[in-house]
Every structure is written in structure tokens, then in C-alpha cells.
Ligand binder design. Structure first.
Ligand code: 2AL
Length: 259
């Protein structure tokens, strides 16, 4: 099979987090896959509110358009709120996968009920909304927040990763869940060069611990291998042809629209 080029979009503007995500993706990517990691130049440094998500979604759409123009074979939105997912699918023919949906889908295949461990308590509602939207509410035993912001995951102290571990242990004891979904793109790396927190925790805690970045990479590879791309029928058809104005002019292409 020819080379699979996967664009992984960190929707926040943190270059350090983009590197973390890229490394995690490359660890699981097949030998024939190339990971192209990007983040928007304008936007928010971390995403942990509805406001942050609205801003981040625009950056995601710009990157999707750029990736499409470069001819990538698939796109990943590497933030646990899956910001801009359906709009991104309208702009793409290649598969577009969000890390939350990827992790939730895989969790249902290896457990009856999973728990989610994420960052700030205010982001729990974002995960709840996604569970409802994707039809996974009945599969989720409980949601937990480590009560630290996203940027604590990249401060190098390992404090946030230790809290993630403690939270996973509590969840397994209290929730009656069979698997854990890690609720942030940057959770994947621990401090001190720990290569893969999800894999380490899976082995230590003896339950599947799923991070969305690796889940999404393997899903995109599967879809590409099966020749499946985003449907261009119905609501995911290209957006209606219209000229965008002002600062959104950059979304227009030759035909005078986002097409
Ligand atoms: C996230 C994430 O994955 N990246 C980010 O900036 N915010 N979501 C989260 N719940 O912490």
C-alpha cells in the first residue's frame, strides 16, 4: 500500500503540546504512515471552555483546508472536545476523526462501561455533551476531573500525570468501569520521557486505558486501508457555494467559496 499521510491538528496554539501529540501519534503509526502535526497560528493556548472551543474550531477549519490542499489522506482533531468536527467533515473528503470519538468508540469495544478522566471540572460538560451526541451516554460509568488546567500537563513536573494515575485508580475502584478514557490530547505523555502514559497505566492497573490520539491514528489508518472517505452526500456535502467576507475571506478558494 502507498504511504498514508495523516494530518494531526492540535487545535490549541501550544507548539510543545503539538510535539507531544505528534510523538504519541508516531509511536503507534504504521510503518507506511507519515504524521504531519500542525496547530493554528492564531487562537487559544489551551482549550477548556465553550469559548475556547469556538475560537479553536476556526483554527481547525483553516488547518483542514490547508491539509486538503496538500492532499493528505486523513485528518485528526487532537483535542478532547472534538472542536469543529462536523464542520471539518464538510470541508474534507478524506476521513476526519476527533480524539474523543475515537477513544469512546474503542472503549466500547473492550468494555461494557468506561470512565473518563479529564482536566478541569468545567470541561466535564463538554465530554457529557459528546457522549450524548455520539450515543455513548449509556456506556459511560462516570466522568472525573483532575482539577488541573491543560497546561499543567506540559509543565514537566509530572504532577498532572500523577493525578491522572490516582484518578484512574479511584475510578476503577468506585465506578465499576471496565476501561478508562483519557480526556485530553496532552495526557498521553508523562514526565521524564515516559513514552506512553496510557500503555503504562493499562499494564499497571490491568484495565484498558485509552488515549484518543493513538485511537484516532489507528482509525484513520483503517478507514484509508478500506478505501472509506467522508460522505459527500447529505449534511456532510461541501458547504453551499457562497463568498465569505472580511477576515473569513481566507476560506474562499478559486471557485469563490470554501469548496
Ligand atoms: C483539551 C485537549 O485535549 N487539549 C486542550 O487544549 N484541551 N481538552 C481537555 N478536556 O482538557
Amino acid at each position: 500500500m502507498s504511504r498514508i499521510r495523516i494530518q494531526i491538528i492540535n487545535p490549541n496554539t501550544s507548539q510543545a503540546m503539538t510535539e507531544i501529540i505528534a510523538n504519541a501519534a508516531r509511536e503507534v503509526a504504521g510503518a507506511g504512515s507519515e504524521i504531519i502535526a500542525v496547530c493554528p497560528s492564531d487562537g487559544v493556548p489551551s482549550i477548556e471552555s465553550h469559548f475556547d472551543e469556538a475560537i479553536a474550531a476556526l483554527g481547525v477549519l483553516e488547518q483542514i483546508k490547508a491539509g486538503r490542499e496538500q492532499g493528505v489522506d486523513g485528518h485528526i482533531i487532537a483535542c478532547f472536545g472534538d472542536p469543529g468536527l462536523l464542520a471539518a467533515r464538510e470541508l474534507a473528503r478524506a476521513p476526519v476523526i476527533g480524539i474523543a470519538e475515537a477513544a469512546m468508540h474503542l472503549a466500547t469495544l473492550v468494555s461494557t462501561r468506561f470512565s473518563i478522566v479529564t482536566t478541569l471540572p468545567r470541561t466535564l460538560i463538554i465530554a457529557r455533551h459528546l457522549l450524548e451526541r455520539y450515543g455513548f451516554s449509556q456506556h459511560c460509568a462516570a466522568l472525573h476531573a483532575i482539577d488541573l488546567p491543560v497546561q499543567a500537563l506540559e509543565d514537566g513536573s509530572g504532577r498532572a500525570q500523577r493525578k491522572v494515575r490516582d484518578c484512574c485508580i479511584q475510578a476503577i475502584k468506585a465506578d465499576g468501569c471496565g476501561a478508562i478514557v483519557l480526556g485530553c490530547g496532552a495526557i498521553v505523555l508523562g514526565c521524564g520521557g515516559m513514552a506512553d502514559l496510557a500503555r503504562t497505566l493499562s499494564a499497571e492497573l490491568d484495565v484498558p486505558v485509552i488515549d484518543g490520539v493513538s485511537a484516532a491514528v489507528k482509525m484513520v489508518e483503517s478507514l484509508v486501508a478500506l478505501g472509506l472517505s467522508t460522505s459527500k452526500h447529505g449534511d456532510l456535502a461541501w458547504p453551499e457555494a457562497k463568498l465569505l467576507s472580511g477576515k473569513f475571506h481566507r476560506f474562499n478558494s478559486g471557485g469563490g467559496s470554501v469548496r
